[in-house]
Design a protein around this ligand. Structure first.
Ligand SMILES: Cc1ncc(COP(=O)(O)O)c(C=O)c1O
Length: 411
């Protein structure tokens, strides 16, 4: 084969690319998404509650200007709306501190790459949002874990112990409101303690607040970012409160980080989509978000209660859960001998229902309790939810019945 100078020793592409560790669970995800599956697995907003007409009007208004389809810089006007939204969460920040991103997932990716250099340590909860694992993967950090419980949230004694023991963590990542997957929200006194630890040990904290606007039991607690803006790097998003497909989120960080964040973002996708920004801006200008948020909270609260009632009615007494005060998820603990990955396979095949099994939220390769499941309560209306929970409870009973067990398990 003829080779031109410099190209003679090309390595076949399959040997140049990084390998992604196989995950049996990720292979299950396409099944979870099949339309015939009544799925509680993903953090999906209710499709029928999207403000479709208002969003269409906003897009039409944005498209009146052809520059909406052009490259553009981040919108200062959109940042001003975000500043007002942050004030409604009790956070006073300047627009210079606000950095626009393509959703919270990109914000996580950018902050991880801003704060962490290759191979350093990070502090992470034993069970945490799986998107963090993906963002960490290529930097191969040493991962130090701390426990989080569905009743009390992150174990701050364990955090302090790690820090006193000499951990030199590039950051701690946490979801203080409507924790994913555990549903728990951090108590006000623990927020103060966490921020004090961050200051004392010079520990940056990445606060992922995608669920903080969805509080149900009275006024939600202000985020960590309301207590500190030197060590706390805040992440917000319109995905759960407006429309995830627009891919608009934001970071609140010290203004001095914005150049570095811009460089990191440009390397990935240049700038946030002008169309998305200006559609979001036009929607926010129309003043509809406050009313939409209020009706989302009311309806999601109704669905949260409906799921709690359905769990009480159908699940066996050995199952344990706690009512979340915020967010989209209820975490259910099943007896320790239950392998929830196996249960998921069984549930999909036998009853066409799905949930997220606990191990997907554990640091890959680390031991974790396999007996927890995460249920989303926002996507289905109460009647479908009750039907799904009843089917899931039925699966659970049959899965646990030793006589039926061998016959019914699907591999
Ligand atoms: C805790 C958490 N962070 C970030 C994200 C990603 O959100 P976005 O759609 O804004 O990228 C999710 C999505 O479910 C999430 O649960």
């Amino acid at each position: 084969m003829a080779t031109s100078p410099g190209f003679g020793r090309l390595v076949p592409p399959e040997r140049q690319t990084k390998t992604v560790p196989p995950s049996g669970l990720r292979e299950l995800l396409p099944q979870v998404l099949r339309p015939e599956i009544l799925s509680f697995a993903l953090g999906l907003p209710a499709t029928e509650l999207f403000p479709l007409a208002e969003c269409r009007d906003a897009a039409v208004r944005a498209l009146a200007d052809p520059k909406t389809l052009q490259y553009n810089v981040p919108s200062a006007a959109l940042k001003r709306h975000i500043q007002t939204l942050m004030a409604s969460r009790g956070v006073a920040c300047s627009t210079e501190q606000i950095f626009l991103t393509a959703g919270a997932q990109q914000a996580i990716h950018l902050l991880v790459h801003l704060l962490l250099s290759y191979g350093r340590q990070v502090l992470v909860e034993e069970l945490t949002y799986e998107g963090l694992h993906l963002a960490l993967q290529s930097l191969e950090p040493e991962i130090l874990t701390v426990p989080t419980t569905p009743t009390d949230g992150i174990d701050l004694d364990a955090v302090e112990e790690r820090l006193r023991g000499g951990a030199r963590s590039a950051f701690l990542y946490t979801v203080p409101d409507g924790h994913n997957p555990l549903g728990v929200s951090l108590r006000p006194e623990d927020r103060i303690r966490l921020v004090e630890l961050a200051r004392r040990f010079h520990l940056p904290v990445i606060e992922d607040d995608v669920y903080g606007f969805l509080g149900y039991d009275g006024a939600a607690c202000p985020p960590l970012c309301a207590l500190d803006q030197e060590w706390v790097y805040y992440i917000g998003s319109f995905s759960k409160i407006f429309a995830p497909s627009l891919r608009v989120g934001w970071i609140v960080a010290p203004a001095s980080c914005s150049t570095a964040l811009s460089h990191l973002k440009h390397a990935g996708d240049l700038d946030i989509s002008t169309f998305s920004q200006l559609t979001a801006l036009s929607y926010l200008d129309s003043g509809h978000l406050a009313g939409h948020l209020a009706s989302l909270r009311t309806e999601y609260d109704r669905r949260r209660r409906a799921m709690l009632v359905a769990l009480e009615a159908h699940f066996p007494p050995v199952a344990r859960w706690h009512a979340p005060s915020c967010g989209m998820f209820i975490w259910v603990e099943l007896p320790p001998e239950i392998d929830t990955c196996e249960l998921l396979r069984f549930a999909i095949h036998s009853e066409q229902v799905a949930f997220m099994p606990g191990p997907i939220f554990a640091i890959p390769g680390q031991a974790c309790s396999r007996n927890g499941i995460r249920l989303n309560f926002t996507h289905w209306p109460p009647d479908r939810m009750e039907e799904g929970i009843a089917r899931l409870a039925d699966c659970l009973r049959r899965f646990c019945d030793p006589a039926l067990n061998q016959k019914l398990r699907v591999h």
